[in-house]
Design a protein around this ligand. Structure first.
Ligand code: NAI
Length: 505
């Protein structure tokens, strides 16, 4: 199937948050759109709502009045599902219930022409199950938009077992023509985004549970060092803990209790307490008026540092050296195992071992570990931890050096893989398994995470940047330290490392 011609009619069923946005996108792309909702009057109201919203854009000078009028003129509210019969593509965005959606698809199959494509915006149901029992399961495909649909670029094109690849390809092209960034994925629990994103929440929750740092410090590290728009606590407060916890539970159950996806008791307790986040006034943070947001913890030093010594290659953290030099620190180099020495202190990028364990195993005194940053040349904050034998003086020298580079320094307890590094390693691990299992290509997985949840870099491209071998080492060490399945490295990481390849070679 070629992409739908922009004059061909699209039907959207369900005039809720998602259906309305999808109808608007299709109409803006030029299609005549029919909108239907089982609730009488809902579709007409929704179109009035779109008209008002586009009107505000016209007032702000962001949209031409003609474009607004033309978009709205292309949309028609219908009161009976039968009126959708002449559509070329039907996208359903009704209640997330398998039996209800199946009933609707059966009805559509009877109603619409044989070449009409039946797409579902489901975020969690199996496309294979939705299509099962239909006469033509080949024409059922997932078209998973993100909320708010007109603003979010990603669309996951989801193929069930029987979906015709030509139909999936056609919808992929159509979403592209609508200005979206489509990716192909297979009908597996969570598709790409809701699966690969799980560790982003899970690792912060785990770090909090184990006393690595407080919420504000962990959020600040994810933002200021990791380059994410928000940390996991502020983000789940925004999403709503009931919603985020339900998605985690559904993915966990769908993967037969795979510990990679294990929900967090901390989050469950918030849900139990009714602390659902912003919408209930309180989640991890308190949103009551006049309440101040807690500040991230910071270490400060008044010590003056002028020089340091680099031994060997600091790997992905090498950007730190230029930054130190730019700030007037003299950096001398010699061979070694990737260490940065300042006074009595020894700094190294974490490899997933506890600082105390690494200090003992490698025979290092006063060892401080540095967390991952998206870009060491631009980060504004960095996380550190240290071995139990580290003196206050050595720690102070290390903090002074990092401060000299213009970094705020946030302390973490001695925890394997620190915060950003273990989160990114686990995101890459999940992305790797998704590639291994044919859920998506490495390029599509990276695109999905950037366009769907605004990651600053795709997790697999990030793994390439860190080094596949280093990511594997971090995971191996996490698994050894915790003794848990949760941290088991993907076979694909091990294979790429053994072959000396990257995800994006
Ligand atoms: P919503 O509750 O805002 O809207 C659903 C609409 O469907 C309601 O207006 C309801 O009256 C109508 N409806 C229910 N059963 C119907 C039926 N049998 N026939 C016709 N209309 C019917 O729901 P929302 O949030 O728009 O979600 C819709 C779908 O999109 C669900 O499958 C959901 O999983 C999926 N989705 C939701 C996202 C979100 O962030 N809200 C994101 C991506 C997908």
């Amino acid at each position: 199937m070629a992409a739908l011609n922009s004059t061909e009619q699209v039907a959207v069923i369900g005039a809720g948050a998602m259906g309305v946005g999808i109808a608007q996108i299709a109409a803006q792309a030029g299609h005549p759109v029919k909108l239907y909702d089982a609730r009488p009057g809902a579709a007409a109201q929704a179109i009035e709502g779109i008209d008002r919203q586009l009107g505000r854009l016209v007032e702000k000078g962001k949209l031409a009045a003609d474009a607004r009028n033309a978009t709205v003129a292309r949309m028609q509210a219908v009161d009976a599902i039968e009126e959708l019969a002449d559509s070329r593509l039907v996208i359903e965005a009704i209640v997330e219930n398998l039996e209800v959606k199946r009933g609707l698809l059966r009805q559509l199959e009877e109603l619409c022409a044989v070449d009409c494509i039946l797409a579902s915006n489901t975020s969690s149901l199996s496309i294979t199950s939705l299509a099962a029992g239909l006469k033509q399961p080949r024409r059922v495909v997932g078209m998973h938009f993100f909320n708010p649909a007109p603003l979010m670029a990603l669309v996951e094109i989801v193929s069930g077992l029987d979906t015709d690849p030509a139909i999936a390809n056609g919808l992929h092209a159509l979403a592209g023509a609508w200005g979206k960034k489509p990716v192909h994925t297979r009908s597996t629990p969570g598709f790409i985004v809701n699966r690969v994103a799980r560790p982003f929440y899970a690792e912060s929750l785990r770090l909090l549970q184990e006393g690595a740092a407080d919420c504000a410090s962990l959020d600040a590290l994810m933002r200021d060092a990791g380059g994410f728009r928000m940390g996991a606590f502020e983000l789940t407060d925004l999403i709503g803990h009931d919603v985020n916890y339900a998605v985690t539970c559904s993915v966990f159950d769908a993967y037969y209790g795979d510990f990679r996806f294990q929900p967090s008791l901390i989050q469950k307790e918030l849900v139990d307490a009714g602390r659902l986040g912003r919408k209930s006034g309180r989640g991890f943070y308190d949103y009551a008026e006049g309440t101040e947001r807690p500040q991230p913890a910071e270490l400060a030093s008044a010590t003056s540092i002028d020089s340091c010594v680099v031994e060997g290659d600091l790997g992905v953290a090498s950007g730190l050296l230029q930054r130190l030099q730019d700030n007037g620190v003299s950096v001398s180099r010699r061979d070694g195992a990737g260490l940065l020495r300042v006074g009595d202190a020894v700094l190294a990028l974490s490899d997933g071992r506890l600082a105390s364990q690494r200090a003992r195993e490698d025979g290092l005194r006063n060892l401080l570990l540095i967390d991952l940053a998206l870009d060491y040349a631009k980060a504004t904050r960095i996380g550190i931890s240290w071995s139990a034998d580290t003196t206050e003086g050595a720690r102070d020298q290390a903090v002074a050096l990092l401060q000299r580079a213009g970094l705020k320094v946030t302390a973490l307890a001695d925890i394997p893989g620190l915060a950003v590094l273990r989160t990114v390693a686990m995101l890459a691990n999940e992305g790797a398994d998704a590639v291994l299992q044919g859920v998506g290509t490495a390029a599509d997985i990276d695109l999905a995470m950037c366009a769907g949840v605004n990651y600053p870099l795709g997790p697999l491209a990030w793994a390439d940047r860190i080094g596949v071998g280093q990511v594997l080492r971090v995971l191996d060490n996490l698994q050894r330290d915790y003794g848990e399945e949760r941290y088991r490295p993907s076979l694909l990481l091990r294979r790429l490392d053994a072959e000396g390849r990257n995800f994006h070679d």
